[in-house]
Design a binder for this molecule. Structure first.
Ligand code: AMP
Length: 511
């Protein structure tokens, strides 16, 4: 069985696949599609990049189209839950492309954009709704949506949902779904807590497991440079500048552990006349969409991201991944480098490892079974680093940084939280805002020049929010990353689902 046609999908779907240029199903598609066409539940252990979106979309579209139903107000026939806005938009975009020859309406709702327009769009009902959990529940609470007619339910990236603290939202959704339905549950990893969550949704599922995490890592050339934290910015700038000049780098993702760290990297790269943008939870939806679009189109070759913002983003042609800081959870490293080496292409991952990150490196090599190749500092590094321009800073930005540094230094109270201690893994602990740090809570040189490490720049790791306190509303619980920045914050003239092309009319706009 090597062609989509052999899997029994309807002609209009096969035509859509043809125009996407897909010929052969990927392994997860080959395994999942026949069972899903039969109406079975599915437990999928797979990460993005394996073709899992098409694996759940194609048979679902086939089944919905084979049993046409008039749309009913404020309802949907298929519900896909995704942890982040970007991933939700991407799924909706793909589904609309696969459904372009069918009479099915795909819509996508997520936080960070006005809820009113989304609610109005749901009035006549839709066939397929892709949603982040918080916004979905908002719409249900406003009586803009009911789940009583859901025939197919997909929970994507369950492990990421747990990390982001969506567990209670998911349980609520589970109670609102009809008992009679088909359920699909996907997760990149399947620890016991996730498997237990899965049991609440799926019934006698077919289990499909593809590409164990370590095999993805084997397709990427992986290097590590040992250096001090304070030298990292200069090395990054110099490496990127050289690689862009000799055209070995097309597009690179740079991962930082913190949001402020991502902004700082962008400031330094920009000062060196390297076009870069940041994507993280403090950016408005409009900024995130614009950055992603510029990166996709190639006008901005460097995207600096935190793990949560980057999770699930599918951009082809990422030639390099830089780990500005090593993640303290080794699986996260595999997710990161999986952004390159997509669709069969190989990629390069370059990690910067400060002395107190060495335990993380050890864990990564143990998980992947790959020893990272040492990459030496370039010749004349110190001289070249000293020549790099410092980013110009507005006085108010400097003052803001100084306040943040002071707060960080006070908050740390002399504690150190590095040396391989697993603290920043995004799990909730005891209902308090956790104050985990990047390893050792070190600073990086603001002026791009190596200087003594100090503890001033330790921003909170983006994934480290327990039941997060909303800084505006004090005790009220704020939404985790995928949902934050609610309606009150931004007025966003929507661009909707990024990159929707000829099938634009099939996805109702995101706001
Ligand atoms: P996903 O894992 O769903 O994020 O898909 C990863 C990438 O593979 C996306 O860019 C898809 O458009 C692409 N893709 C999915 N299925 C196929 C296929 N059968 N052949 C070629 N590309 C595919």
């Amino acid at each position: 069985m090597s062609y989509f046609r052999d899997l029994g999908l309807a002609e209009p779907i096969l035509h859509a696949l043809e125009s996407k240029g897909y010929t052969d199903p990927t392994p997860i598609q080959r395994q999942a599609i026949p069972a899903l066409l039969e109406g079975r539940d599915l437990l999928g252990i797979a990460q993005t990049g394996t073709g899992k979106t098409a694996a759940f979309s194609l048979p679902s579209l086939h089944r919905l189209a084979a049993d046409p139903q008039p749309r009913k107000p404020a309802s949907c026939r298929m519900l896909v839950l995704s942890p982040t806005r970007e991933l939700a938009a991407q799924i909706a975009e793909n589904m609309a492309a696969y459904a372009k020859n069918l009479r099915l309406v795909v819509d996508c709702v997520f936080g960070g954009v006005p809820v009113g327009k989304q609610a109005r769009r749901l009035v006549p009902g839709v066939d397929i709704l892709v949603a982040t959990p918080g916004r979905l529940l908002d719409l249900i609470d406003q009586r803009a949506l009911t789940l009583g007619r859901v025939e197919i339910f997909v929970l994507d990236e369950a492990d990421q949902m747990m990390d982001l603290g969506f567990i209670h939202s998911l349980k609520r959704v589970a109670n609102l779904l009809p008992k009679q339905r088909q359920s699909l549950f996907f997760s990149a990893t399947m620890p016991k807590a996730i498997a237990d969550l899965g049991k609440q949704f799926i019934n006698n599922p077919v289990r499909v497991e593809v590409a164990p995490q370590s095999t993805t890592a084997e397709r990427v050339e992986q290097f590590v440079t040992h250096l001090n934290q304070a030298e990292k910015q200069a090395l990054l700038t110099l490496r990127i500048r050289t690689m862009l000049a000799d055209k070995t780098l097309d597009r690179a993702l740079v991962f930082t552990r913190t949001k402020h760290g991502a902004d700082r990297v962008v400031r330094h790269l920009s000062a060196a006349k390297i076009s870069a943008r940041a994507i993280h939870g403090n950016k408005s939806q409009a900024q995130r969409t614009a950055a992603l679009e510029a990166f996709r189109q190639g006008s901005c070759p460097i995207l600096v991201a935190t793990d949560i913002a980057a999770r699930g983003i599918d951009v082809s042609g990422v030639s390099h991944v830089f780990n500005f800081e090593l993640p303290n959870v080794p699986e996260q490293y595999v997710h990161r480098i999986g952004r390159t080496a997509r669709a069969g292409a190989d990629g390069v991952a370059i990690s910067f490892c400060a002395p107190d990150e060495k335990p993380y490196l050890k864990d990564i090599e143990k998980l992947t079974g790959v020893k990272l190749m040492p990459m030496q500092l370039p010749e004349n590094f110190l001289v070249e680093a000293a020549r790099l321009p410092a980013p110009s800073r507005k006085p108010e930005e400097l003052a803001q940084d100084a306040r943040r540094d002071e707060r960080d230094a006070r908050g740390r109270g002399g504690q150190r939280n590095g040396g391989g201690q697993r603290s920043g893994d995004g799990q909730h602990k005891g209902g308090r805002v956790r104050d985990d740090r990047s390893p050792g809570g070190r600073a990086q040189g603001r002026d791009g020049r190596p200087r003594d490490p100090n503890p001033r720049n330790a921003d909170r790791h983006e994934g480290d929010r327990g039941p997060v306190r909303n800084p505006v509303h004090g005790d009220r619980e704020a939404r985790p990353e995928g949902e934050r920045g609610g309606d009150q914050q931004r007025s966003f003239r929507p661009r909707g689902v990024p990159g929707v092309g000829a099938h634009r009319n099939k996805v109702r706009r995101a706001s």
